[in-house]
Design a protein around this ligand. Structure first.
Ligand code: TRP
Ligand code: SF4
Length: 328
């Protein structure tokens, strides 16, 4: 029996390289050895982005296209849409009955986001209950492992606590899941900060090859280099950080030439642009093709939803029975 994996992504926009190296690459690696369930967390997106909901439909389609074109295989994993599996709402509600408010208010992600998102009113019940919904997502499928970034570890920990409390109150229904923190490659954004849509420093799979080329050629390099012969400092250069991921084999040579002032930054970026193109173009093309077949994407999701729903309904039978609320 393969162990069960579950993870989700909020449909907040098209995927960029940071999302790929931070999460998706791991998801893809896991699909052969585990029974993987990957879902679009559209209800989670609503907890902070409840006002303008116009983009979600397209974001969901594009996210699935991004997943498939980067190599996540719907014949190996179950893809589903959170809001299509209404059982998540039921389990979330039941968990909300047994989760003390103090567990939610002391959650570090909650505190951080409240402090950061000054422009949005997220002092809502829905946002406070975010981890209860996440616990429902995870425990519904009795996941053994949850591949997530560092920032999500407290949510998985809370999930374990909710599972423990449920099992203590009503009997053993849920196994305790574990975070799977695989060491992700760190790719900075074009300006050297963390790659993030809100910094406008991303390369996305939706970008055209021309756009990608321009973005690479406009990257900031070592500011101490004015002439080509000036000795460079690759450790401060974003282009170099990209070479480490896209052009591993030539890294020692680039480092040496940069330090010696034997290669110009323009040439160095051109070399990188070529490597980035080799990675990006086939994915971009596949994604463009997929988006011309929205019915296929819908089929993939509907198919996955069916499988997810079956598991979810089975779990809910157990939950209702354990809680003795299966009166009818
Ligand atoms: N909170 C996660 C994030 O923002 C998304 C998510 C929702 C999730 N439910 C989940 C991740 C369940 C793992 C498991 O990235
Ligand atoms: Fe960066 Fe390359 Fe220029 Fe060195 S030569 S500073 S690594 S772009």
């Amino acid at each position: 029996m393969k162990k069960t994996i579950l993870s989700g992504m909020r449909p907040t926009g098209v995927l960029h390289f940071g999302n790929y190296f931070g999460a998706l690459e791991n998801w893809i690696r896991l699909q052969d050895d585990y029974s993987c369930h990957y879902f679009v967390a559209d209800w989670h997106a609503l907890t902070t982005g409840y006002e303008d909901t116009t983009r979600y439909k397209d974001n969901i389609t594009e996210m699935i296209a991004d997943w498939i074109s980067t190599g996540l295989d719907p014949s190996k994993c179950v893809f589903f849409l959170q809001s299509a599996i209404k059982q998540h709402a039921e389990l979330h509600l039941l968990f909300s009955m047994i989760t003390p408010i103090s567990w939610l208010t002391r959650n570090p992600t909650y505190k951080d986001q409240l402090a950061q998102m000054k422009e949005k009113n997220i002092t809502t019940h829905g946002f406070l209950g975010y981890p209860c919904l996440q616990a429902a997502d995870i425990l519904m499928y009795k996941a053994d492992y949850v591949p997530v970034g560092e920032d999500q570890v407290p949510h998985v920990e809370l999930t374990r606590e909710i599972a423990r409390r449920f099992n203590f109150l009503y009997g053993n229904v849920f196994p305790e899941p574990q975070s799977l923190l695989t060491k992700a490659k760190v790719l900075p954004g074009l300006d050297g900060r963390k790659m993030s849509k809100s910094y406008n420093n991303t390369i996305s799979f939706s970008d055209t090859p021309d756009e990608v080329y321009k973005k690479v050629m406009n990257m900031i390099t070592d500011p101490a280099r004015i002439r080509k012969t000036d000795p460079g400092h690759p450790e401060v250069c974003t282009v170099f950080a990209f070479h480490k991921i896209f052009n591993e084999n030539e890294v020692p040579e680039i480092e040496e030439n940069c330090r010696k002032g034997a290669i110009g930054c323009v040439q160095c970026k051109k070399n990188l642009a070529l490597k980035v193109k080799e990675f990006h173009t086939p994915i971009h093309e596949k994604r463009t093709e997929l988006l011309k077949r929205p019915d296929y994407i819908k089929d993939v999701i509907n198919d996955g939803n069916g499988k997810a729903r079956e598991i979810a309904e089975k779990t809910m039978y157990e939950v209702r029975a354990a809680m003795k609320i299966d009166w009818l």
